[in-house]
Design a protein around this ligand. Structure first.
Ligand SMILES: [Ca+2]
Length: 407
C-alpha cells in the first residue's frame, strides 16, 4: 500500500480568503461576484466507520443519498484528495461511494469512500496509447448494485477505439468483453467520454480521429454521439445508434436535471484544421447534425449551432451538472478547460447559457474531468502530465474535491 495518500499530504484549503481568491477570479463579464467570506467553513463530514466487507457499503450509499449534500458556507472549498497521478482522464463512482479514476496510460485507480487513493491499481488496461489516446472514459453500469457489476471503458487499441466491458470482482476489474469497436483511432481527437443517460442507455462521444470528413460520413462511427441499449452494452459488439453527427472532438457530456437535455462540450479547430478557436457547448438532439467540418463558430446555417461559444480556445473537456440541491451552483453546468486552465461555471436557463464564470483560474493547471460525487461534492482532475502541459505542482497530476457553496 505504498501509494496510499498519507494524511499530511491531504491539503485542505480551509482559508476562505485563499479560496475566495481562487474561486472568485476570472469571471467572464457576468457581473457575478463571489460570496464574501463569512469566516465559517462547513467541515468535511466525518467518515463513517463502516467496516470493510459485505453489506456496509450499500447501507452507507443509501444513507449518503438520503443526507443533504455537502455544502460550504461563504464560498466554494477545494481539497486535493489524490496526487502523483498521470493524466487522470475520467472518474466514475461506484454505488457504495468509492470512485474509480482512469489514468490515461492504462491504470484504473480506486479511491475509497473516505477519499483515500489506494496504492495498487484495480486494473492495468492494455492499450495502444499514442498522442491523445490511451485509457479515456469510464462509466459504471446503472445496475451495478443489482447484479450487473460492470464497468465500461473507452480504450485505444491496435484495432482502433473500443468500448470495453470489465467485471468488478472484489477489488479487481477483469476484462469481460468488447461492447463496441469499429471506431478509428488517431494520434488526435480520440474523444472518449462515456456516460449513462437517465434512460440507462450508454452514450459514447467519439472524435474525428484527425480525419474530419468522417464526422459527416454516416457509415463511420467517428465524430458522433453513439448510443447503446442495455441489451447491447451487456452483450457482444453490435451496431450502435448514431445519435448525432458532425462533431470534431466532444469530450464532455451530461444531462440537465429536470429537463433531461443532453449538453456536450466540443473542441474547436486548433490550427491544422482551421484557425484556432470556436470551442462549443451544444445541446445534443437525436438525429442532429452539428456541422463539423462544414461550418463553425456562430455560422451554423443548415445545422444545429452551439448554445455557447468560446471564440478563443479554452479546450473544454469534461462537463457535469450540479444536480444536488442546496447550492448557488445547483443546476449549473461545470466545464473543465485544458488550455483555459480553469473550471467554467455555466448558468443555464432552459437551453440558454446566461452566464459564464471562470473558477480555479490558473491555479491547478489544465483541467480534464468533472464528476459530481454521490455526496454532492464535485471531483475534478488535472491533466498537466499530458503532452500539452507541464506540472504546476510536484504532486501533479491531482484529483480535486470541490465543495460547492451553500445557497
Ligand atoms: Ca458545431
Amino acid at each position: 500500500m505504498s501509494g496510499l495518500l498519507p494524511p499530511p499530504r491531504r491539503i485542505a484549503l480551509a482559508s476562505l480568503a485563499i479560496v475566495g481568491a481562487l474561486v472568485g477570479t476570472g469571471g467572464c463579464g457576468t457581473g457575478e461576484a463571489p460570496a464574501p467570506p463569512t469566516g465559517s467553513v462547513t467541515p468535511r463530514p466525518k467518515a463513517t466507520a463502516a467496516p470493510e466487507g459485505t453489506g456496509a457499503p450499500t447501507r452507507r450509499r443509501r444513507t449518503q443519498r438520503a443526507q443533504a449534500p455537502v455544502r460550504s458556507q461563504g464560498g466554494a472549498r477545494v481539497e486535493v484528495i489524490a496526487t502523483d497521478l498521470t493524466v487522470p482522464w475520467d472518474i466514475a463512482f461506484l454505488p457504495d461511494g468509492r470512485a474509480l479514476a482512469n489514468e490515461r496510460p492504462g491504470r484504473i485507480r480506486l479511491v475509497d469512500a473516505e477519499g483515500r487513493l489506494q496504492g495498487e491499481p484495480v486494473a492495468e488496461v492494455p492499450n495502444q496509447a499514442r498522442g491523445e489516446g490511451g485509457l479515456l472514459g469510464i462509466a459504471v453500469d446503472p445496475e451495478f448494485a443489482g447484479g450487473q457489476p460492470f464497468v465500461y471503458l473507452y480504450v485505444t487499441t491496435a484495432r482502433g477505439m473500443q468500448v470495453q466491458r470489465w467485471r468488478m470482482v472484489g477489488e479487481r476489474l477483469r476484462a469481460d468483453g468488447v461492447v463496441l469497436g469499429g471506431i478509428a483511432a488517431g494520434s488526435i481527437h480520440d474523444s472518449g467520454r462515456l456516460r449513462f443517460g437517465p434512460d440507462r442507455r450508454l452514450y459514447v462521444a467519439t472524435g474525428d480521429a484527425g480525419r474530419r470528413q468522417l464526422a459527416q460520413n454516416r457509415r463511420s462511427l467517428n465524430g458522433k454521439f453513439l448510443r447503446l441499449e442495455p441489451r447491447q452494452y451487456r452483450a457482444a459488439t453490435s451496431r450502435p445508434t448514431i445519435y448525432s453527427l458532425g462533431h470534431r472532438n466532444p469530450q464532455g457530456l451530461d444531462w440537465q436535471p429536470g429537463t433531461g437535455r443532453l449538453f456536450a462540450t466540443e473542441h474547436g479547430a486548433s490550427g491544422f484544421d482551421g484557425p484556432s478557436g470556436d470551442d462549443e457547448v451544444n445541446v445534443i438532439r437525436r438525429g442532429g447534425n452539428y456541422g463539423w467540418p462544414l461550418v463553425r463558430g456562430s455560422r451554423h446555417e443548415g445545422f444545429i449551432g452551439p448554445v455557447h461559444l468560446y471564440r478563443r480556445t479554452v479546450a473544454p473537456s469534461g462537463a457535469a451538472f450540479v444536480t444536488r440541491g442546496g447550492s448557488s451552483w445547483t443546476g449549473d453546468l461545470l466545464v473543465a478547460a485544458l488550455k483555459g486552465e480553469g473550471l467554467h461555471r455555466l448558468t443555464v436557463r432552459g437551453s440558454r447559457v446566461t452566464a459564464d464564470q471562470l473558477l480555479l483560474s490558473r491555479t491547478y493547471g489544465r483541467l480534464r474531468g468533472v464528476t459530481e460525487a454521490p455526496d454532492g461534492s464535485v471531483w475534478v482532475t488535472t491533466s498537466n502530465r499530458d503532452s500539452y502541459g507541464s506540472p504546476v505542482s510536484r504532486d501533479d497530476d491531482r484529483i480535486l474535491r470541490i465543495i460547492p457553496p451553500a445557497g
